[in-house]
Design a protein. Structure first.
Length: 235
């Protein structure tokens, strides 16, 4: 079902997805609405935390202290209006259509960061437990990864699984998030040497850091994180 939907989303033969004008529409958005999105201009190069002032190539103070397992994070947007309304609507109100134009915007953003760098060999969507995915009807990270795969011609690698159902991370503090994910995921086969984990939002980075660790333990050499939006610092 969603493969057909993704093909339709990639056609973009419709008005602007935000203001519904038909003028100057490119990949689902008019020029004005695209410019007004909360693009993430200055961020930590390691965890993509929105920052002000000078940053270092090695990351923000938290990254220097905690040393995350993943190697780099690229986030197109700050988690701010309208993303703060659109992304929850995708997940909790079964409105995945916006993933089409959001994925296109993220693909354009990513292209700016890989002009002289090798692309990942595969995209790895952050997995959901099968019961949770069945209840929602889809995994938004998987749909986003499929849109990115179509735009960037990078294959998906879906041998990372969630075999233990866990409470929603959003309801937990940082310590609880780490405990919540213990032994929740598994890697079925040896991953490619260089991959990008794909998800919709990055909050504390606990999930992607856990997954990056598993992928590297299984043989992956470099793990990047690609997300639509990054939240401000969460304690």
């Amino acid at each position: 079902m969603f493969n057909l939907e993704i093909n339709r989303w990639l056609s973009f033969n419709h008005p602007c997805s935000l203001c519904h004008t038909r003028k100057d529409v490119h990949q689902g958005l008019c020029e004005s609405c695209r410019a007004d999105l909360p693009w993430l201009i200055q961020a930590c190069p390691r965890c993509a935390l929105p920052l002000q002032g000078i940053t270092t190539a090695n990351g923000c103070p938290d990254c220097l202290k905690l040393r995350p397992v993943y190697d780099r994070t690229l986030a197109a947007f700050r988690y701010d209006f309208p993303l703060s309304q659109i992304l929850p609507a995708i997940k909790y109100h079964r409105q995945p259509q916006a993933i089409g134009w959001l994925g296109a915007a993220l693909a354009d953003f990513l292209a700016l960061h890989y002009e002289d760098q090798p692309w990942p060999k595969a995209l790895v969507p952050v997995p959901m437990h099968l019961l949770s995915e069945s209840a929602r009807g889809f995994n938004q990270a998987q749909l986003l990864a499929k849109v990115l795969s179509a735009h960037l011609q990078i294959p998906l690698w879906q041998e990372l699984h969630k075999h233990r159902r866990t409470p929603h991370q959003a309801d937990l503090d940082l310590k609880q998030r780490r405990q919540n994910l213990h032994s929740a995921f598994c890697v079925k086969t040896t991953p490619p040497a260089h991959v990008a984990l794909v998800d919709d939002v990055m909050t504390t980075g606990t999930t992607v850091n856990t997954l990056a660790g598993l992928l590297k333990e299984a043989g992956c050499e470099r793990v990047e994180v690609w997300v639509l939006a990054r939240t401000p610092e969460v304690r």
